[in-house]
Design a protein around this ligand. Structure first.
Ligand SMILES: [Zn+2]
Length: 474
């Protein structure tokens, strides 16, 4: 593979988070009894007419704005004709001529290097059904519940040059789609899947070779592995003087290799025609301006800002910026506290692992808990305990810490009084110290810890024990 680089472009299919399907009122939710979420429209019965779902248009336009695309102010739909048992209509409603979004870009970061990946187009279309191959008797069953579920296809330019960049791009698209509530992007439920185009190019050249498409990849890990395997395969062919054939392939998760798909789709003529049953759609400027306001600062912009303003590490920023709720929450808490690093570590280390996206108390309370920790009033164990107690009890941080005895005792007078008690209770250690065995001071420190049930500040305790014996000697 010396002397070659992979050239990768990706088509990502994202199912939109609408309640109903794209062109009828059937539920678009995942699952359900097979064929229980269908009607004459999504089954393509003669004489039925589709009605466009406005929320599907809004979400796909939002996706276009969030990825820097230009939104089409007027668009129509096209029919892509082909026969397959999971497509009862015999055609898919999609957008060939007038995609809802064009010419966008997202930024990715791999190993500290930033890069822009351009997006060629985003089109709104409908999903097909699912074929279930029943093991044993060779029977294939059809479930049409997914037929007509709205999805967008996001087509990148071939800008990626490694498996890591391909995975980072898919991860960034997934982040954006989740962040704005466009899709839940559950790759295991098929609501985000990728077709990856790979070709090889000689280093220093700008002419990639023939590309192969690897269909239907459903995880980030497999995206990277499929790119690596296909790159290896093509390098092998080219370096032996062979020619790569344009074809559709799939990634075999068991062997880790790509293999030619039995049903070759390369020579299919889809006979695109304009979808005459749906009227043209016009989006006015106020609608698009509203979407821009809704997008606001993108996740990528926020993460950059956090790194610059609060010195966040890239992977911490990435964990926090997984959802908009958590990103908003974190920003409010970090802005309200003395040391945003404490809020960062509590958010990443405790709040997200315990409560996921939805923190169960106000961000100001998290900021206050972080401040108590920064000021040394809470140990790291105590502050984690406090967060769980606040979530269960609804108490504010000061109240919860006091009621549960979590605060570190740091009042010198109180600690001094405890030192005197501990000394009075342990005359033997006191006389040991006086005879020069300064190691016996540890017993007095231990006594203070017992009396304070572990809450005495260790540094102040040690100083007060020293002071007690120093005055004693005068
Ligand atoms: Zn339907």
């Amino acid at each position: 593979m010396e002397g070659f680089v992979p050239v990768v472009g990706i088509e990502i299919h994202v199912e939109l988070k609408t309640k109903s399907k794209a062109f009828c009122s059937c539920s678009a939710g995942y699952g359900g009894e097979p064929n229980s979420r269908c009607c004459p429209v999504c089954l393509g019965m003669p004489g039925t007419l589709p009605v466009l779902n406005g929320e599907a248009v809004r979400l796909s336009a939002l996706a276009a704005v969030a990825t820097g695309c230009t939104v089409a102010k007027r668009f129509h739909f096209d029919r892509k004709n082909y026969f397959y048992p999971d497509l009862p209509k015999g055609y898919q409603i999609t957008q060939r001529d007038t995609p809802i979004g064009r010419d966008g870009a997202v930024r990715i970061s791999v190993g500290g290097a930033e890069k822009e990946i351009r997006i060629e187009r985003i089109q709104l279309e409908e999903d097909a059904g699912k074929l279930i191959h029943r093991p044993g008797d060779g029977v294939t069953l059809c479930d049409f519940n997914r037929c007509g579920v709205p999805l967008i296809e996001i087509v990148s330019r071939p800008d990626m040059r490694s498996a890591a960049e391909a995975a980072a791009y898919v991860a960034e698209i997934r982040r954006i789609m989740r962040f704005y509530g466009i899709s839940d992007c559950k790759m295991n439920e098929g609501s985000l899947r990728c077709d990856v185009n790979v070709s090889v190019m000689r280093e220093g050249s700008d002419a990639p070779g023939v590309r192969c498409e690897i269909k239907n990849i459903n995880s980030l890990n497999f995206t990277a592995k499929a790119v690596e395997a296909e790159f290896r395969r093509q390098c092998d062919i080219v370096s032996r003087g062979g020619t790569v054939v344009m074809e559709t392939r799939r990634f075999n998760e068991d062997t880790g290799e790509t293999e030619r798909m039995r049903d070759k789709e390369t020579a299919v003529d889809y006979r695109f025609i304009r979808e005459a049953d749906l009227p043209d759609v016009t989006l006015d400027d106020p609608f698009i301006e509203d979407l821009s306001r809704e997008v606001g600062r993108t996740p990528e912009e926020r993460m950059r800002e956090w790194r610059e303003r609060w010195d966040l590490r890239e992977d911490d920023a990435s964990v926090i910026c997984f959802s908009r709720e958590m990103a908003d929450y974190f920003e409010r808490a970090a802005a309200a506290c003395a040391d945003p690093r404490a809020v960062t570590s509590l958010t990443v280390g405790t709040v997200i692992p315990e409560f996921g996206d939805r923190a169960p108390f106000p961000p100001e309370h998290l900021a206050r808990a972080a401040d108590l920790f920064t000021a040394g009033r809470l140990t790291s164990t105590a502050v984690r305990k406090l967060i769980k107690i606040m979530a269960d009890s609804g108490l504010d941080p000061d109240g919860a810490a006091r009621e549960n005895g979590l605060l570190t005792l740091s009042d010198r007078n109180e600690i001094r009084a405890l030192v005197e008690c501990a000394a009075a209770a342990d005359p033997r250690s006191v006389s040991d110290v006086r005879r020069g065995k300064s190691k016996a001071k540890a017993a007095i420190v231990g006594g203070v810890m017992r009396l304070s049930r572990g809450s005495a500040d260790p540094r102040i305790t040690a100083e007060e024990v020293d002071a007690f014996f120093a005055e004693d000697g005068d």
